[in-house]
Design a protein around this ligand. Structure first.
Ligand SMILES: Cc1ncc(COP(=O)(O)O)c(C=O)c1O
Length: 368
């Protein structure tokens, strides 16, 4: 036992509840004494990492005794080329999660407000809380972000508005026209944070692309990640794009070496790995189609998705069904913590993984 008391823990820190990620495969296998479990719970890329990224990392290993390039020159240059931006408009992060954290640390003071939809990605509320801010939430309307209600909910102390497109957990997306109409209602002194963790999967050409809005008079920070479409979730690398003035602040707040040598090398290579990217898109779009056909045949409703996962309505037994799937070695995401207890969220996996999930789901529902 420690002999001394801890310094006082601020109430907002005391109140934090640890983020509950999707169950790791190894944990489930240990618990059940099984092998061959599959995970369709964290919207990861089932193809594995981009092979070009793996090769680039293997080469970069030799340099690990050195600190990384704190400016991330090569990766930022590659991103600047891809999006037609200046490097000064780009900040790298230890996952796009870190960009959320940097924004909260830089722009929120105790008593300040941030705004997001409800339900939405759970890290917004957590990181706003860590910064001593308060997150005000606006319910989704028919599983879509209610951009008008979000604009109306902005108050004088609102500093950050998080909009997630395509949305997690709903998988729906808004159009460029809808986003423009929203931005036109945003007052001075507010940063719009457009979280595009899943944008690469959006197959509908109407879906807004944040990079088209970086010149808007409202400061927009677009967050993207290598965790999903590029298969590098375990590496932790993402980035923010936005006005030079905002990025300058985030660079001051961030740790000097917040992305590793491996993350920078892998990100640069993955960005150029078109073959892997295209394969990922084909796999995802086919997987969604297969899921939709299965849900329809089982009489289940679902929310058509622009991301690499889908919300399906199971009903009051959703949690039991998820537990049944777990016992059969299939991990999906329960949605009670998102306020959707009758739903499950299922990520697209490899074709054989999708098949296994669909077969097990059918078997469980037929057992009643
Ligand atoms: C909506 C959303 N934003 C951001 C992230 C964070 O991604 P990362 O920190 O891996 O880049 C995720 C990850 O699941 C997400 O679902």
């Amino acid at each position: 036992m420690n002999k001394r008391n801890l310094p006082p823990v601020p109430p907002e820190i005391q109140a934090l509840v640890p983020y509950k990620p999707g169950k790791p495969i190894e944990e489930l296998e240990r618990e059940l004494g099984i092998s061959g479990a599959i995970k369709l719970a964290s919207n990861e890329n089932p193809l594995g990492p981009s092979p070009k990224a793996v090769a680039a990392m293997a080469q970069a290993l030799e340099g690990l005794h050195r600190y990384p390039d704190g400016a991330g020159f090569e990766l930022r240059q590659a991103l600047a080329g891809r999006y037609g931006l200046a490097q000064e408009q780009i900040v790298l992060g230890n996952g796009s999660n870190e960009i959320i954290e940097l924004l909260c640390r830089a722009f929120l003071r105790p008593g300040d407000l941030a705004l997001a939809a409800s339900p939405s990605f759970l890290m917004y509320s957590k990181l706003v809380q860590v910064a001593g801010g308060q997150l005000k939430e606006v319910p989704l309307s028919d599983f879509r972000l209610d951009l008008n209600a979000l604009a109306q909910a902005i108050e004088p102390r609102t500093r950050l508005v998080f909009v997630n497109n395509p949305d997690n957990p709903a998988g729906t997306a808004f159009s460029a026209e809808e986003f423009k109409a929203f931005l036109d209602q945003v007052p001075d002194g507010v940063i719009v944070v457009l979280d595009e963790a899943y944008i690469e999967f959006a197959s509908d050409p109407q879906v807004a692309q944040g990079t088209d809005f970086l010149e808007h008079q409202v400061p927009v920070v677009v967050m993207r990640t290598f965790s999903k479409a590029y298969g590098l979730a375990g590496l932790r690398v993402g980035f923010g794009l936005g006005p030079v003035e905002v990025m300058d602040i985030l660079h001051r707040v961030r740790q000097p070496f917040n992305t590793s040598i491996l993350a920078q090398a892998a990100g640069t290579a993955a960005l150029a790995d078109e073959e892997f990217f295209n394969k990922t898109m084909e796999l995802t779009w086919q997987g969604l189609k297969d899921f939709y056909a299965c849900f329809e045949s089982l009489g289940l409703t679902y929310v058509p998705s622009q991301a690499n996962f889908v919300l399906v309505k199971i009903g009051p037994k959703a949690s039991q069904v998820a537990d049944g799937l777990l016992r059969r070695g299939v991990i999906v995401r329960k949605m009670a913590s998102y306020g959707l207890p009758e739903f499950l969220r299922v990520s697209v996996g490899l074709p054989q993984e999708n098949r296994r999930f669909m077969d097990e789901l059918k078997a469980i529902l037929e057992e009643g």
